[in-house]
Design a protein around this ligand. Structure first.
Ligand code: SAM
Length: 269
């Protein structure tokens, strides 16, 4: 919205132009798909898999590599690992490295469930181009490329493509929950309602990769995750991420059951 004082300024003209462009832009196609990558025999050594994992374009997963590997090593075999906001699979590859190692040692491993729209946005195309990594095109369905890149790890991964607000969960208990997408209240409330009741008190680790994003954006909406966790301080025990560069991620052990519906009613979710 342009106020009277701003009318005619370059910023106002740019904003109006953006509005006109939006009006004529074809609606973004909604893609929904489920792809299941089955567990397979090892086709690479663990060292080769680690090198492969280090080459994924990353918006956080690579920076948290040691922590994610630790999560993959410790995740209960009889509960799922859920990753919401996967992008090109940088974090998934780190988890998959740890799971591949466990599988080679003859241990049972959990299934990974990945949620994303996998539709390349302009900013993502620019990011991969500037880092000289994968070449993406705007609007490209990136899921086939992600599935291909994760297939050598030989671990079972279920990819659920679509808008996270419409995501479904009917796959049992969740031992690890990783979220790098639900920064705003409506989406965060939705995912907490869907996935939270399947967390296991005393076991599940919750990694919120945008936890303190609000400190850099100053956007009050981005503090929804912190507001929720702080209102349930005796339900979430902080875990040290042990990373060299402080980012905005935070991890917690879910130690005591949360009443998600009551939290919504109290206005803290
Ligand atoms: C910051 S990136 C994830 C980066 C990734 N965790 C990594 O380590 O590289 C956020 C991802 O969430 C996805 N995302 C955000 N909001 C979404 C929504 N409402 N529905 C589906 N996907 C969404 C985007 O497509 C994007 O791939």
């Amino acid at each position: 919205m342009v106020g009277n004082a701003e009318r005619g300024t370059p910023a106002a003209l740019r904003s109006a132009l953006r509005g006109v462009r939006r009006m004529f832009r074809p609606p973004t196609p909604k893609i929904t798909a489920t792809v299941r990558l089955p567990a397979g025999p090892p086709i690479m050594s663990l060292a080769e898999l680690e090198a492969q994992a280090a080459g994924f374009p990353s918006m956080g997963g690579l920076e948290l590599a040691p922590f994610l590997r630790g999560l993959g090593r410790a995740a209960p075999a009889d509960a799922a690992i859920v990753e919401v906001g996967v992008w090109l699979g940088a974090g998934t590859a780190q988890l998959a490295c740890a799971l591949a190692q466990r599988a080679r040692e003859g241990a049972a491993v959990p299934v990974l469930y990945c949620y994303d729209r996998w539709l390349a946005q302009k900013s993502e195309v620019q990011k991969t181009a500037s880092r000289n990594t994968w070449a993406l095109k705007r609007g490209q369905n990136t899921l086939p490329r992600v599935v291909e890149a994760l297939s050598p790890f030989g671990v079972e991964i279920c990819f659920r493509q679509g808008e996270i607000i419409e995501a479904q969960w009917a796959d049992g208990p969740i031992g690890v929950y990783i979220d790098d997408a639900s920064k705003k209240p409506k989406l965060f409330r939705t995912v907490m309602r869907k996935f939270g009741p399947h967390w296991i008190p005393g076991k599940t680790v919750v990694l919120l990769m945008d936890y303190s994003f609000y400190l850099s954006t100053g956007n009050e909406e981005h503090s929804c995750q912190a507001r929720f966790v702080e209102a349930h301080a005796d339900h979430f025990e902080p875990i040290d991420l042990d990373v060299r560069e402080p980012g905005c991620a935070a991890a917690f052990r879910y130690v005591k059951e949360v009443d998600f519906e009551a939290a919504i009613a109290r206005g803290v979710l």
